[in-house]
Design a protein around this ligand. Structure first.
Ligand SMILES: [Zn+2]
Ligand SMILES: [Zn+2]
Length: 138
């Protein structure tokens, strides 16, 4: 799926800024912060253009938000776009990378009577495969 297909599905007008943001998140191997996305975006968009495009994509849930803590928020392409089930996220304590664990589905938790869940977020912290490999080389 291409960036403009995704915009079409959501009935959003194609703009180069929106397409650019989607493409960056699509090819990234890990989730990115808002700043990282802006730094990678080619073309000179002013702050407000970027911000509006970014918010639109977030509101339409094309970008899903991964909150590690209040200092660190990352974004990845949303489940509904990539057609993957709700999945766990992984935070590496060593390199600070945040990744979608697409093969690790979020399980259903049994809640006490009277509680109903809307969404479940699972963030696993540890050491990523990249950092582990690095250790083997040294
Ligand atoms: Zn790592
Ligand atoms: Zn994810």
């Amino acid at each position: 799926m291409k960036a403009n297909d995704i915009l079409n599905i959501h009935n959003l007008k194609r703009t180069s800024c929106r397409e650019g943001i989607i493409e960056i998140v699509m090819i990234a191997k890990q989730a990115l912060s808002e700043n990282e996305i802006r730094e990678r975006l080619a073309g000179n968009y002013d702050r407000s253009t970027f911000y509006r495009s970014f918010k639109t994509l977030e509101e339409h849930k094309i970008l899903h938000k991964i909150i590690v803590d209040n200092q660190l928020v990352k974004y990845a392409l949303d489940n509904t776009v990539t057609h993957k089930v709700e999945h766990a996220h992984f935070y590496c304590n060593e390199c600070n990378a945040v990744q979608c664990m697409n093969d690790v589905p979020v399980q259903k938790y049994q809640l006490p009577d009277g509680y109903s869940d809307i969404e479940t977020e699972v963030l696993i912290k540890g050491r990523c495969a990249n950092c582990k490999n690095q250790e083997n080389i040294d």
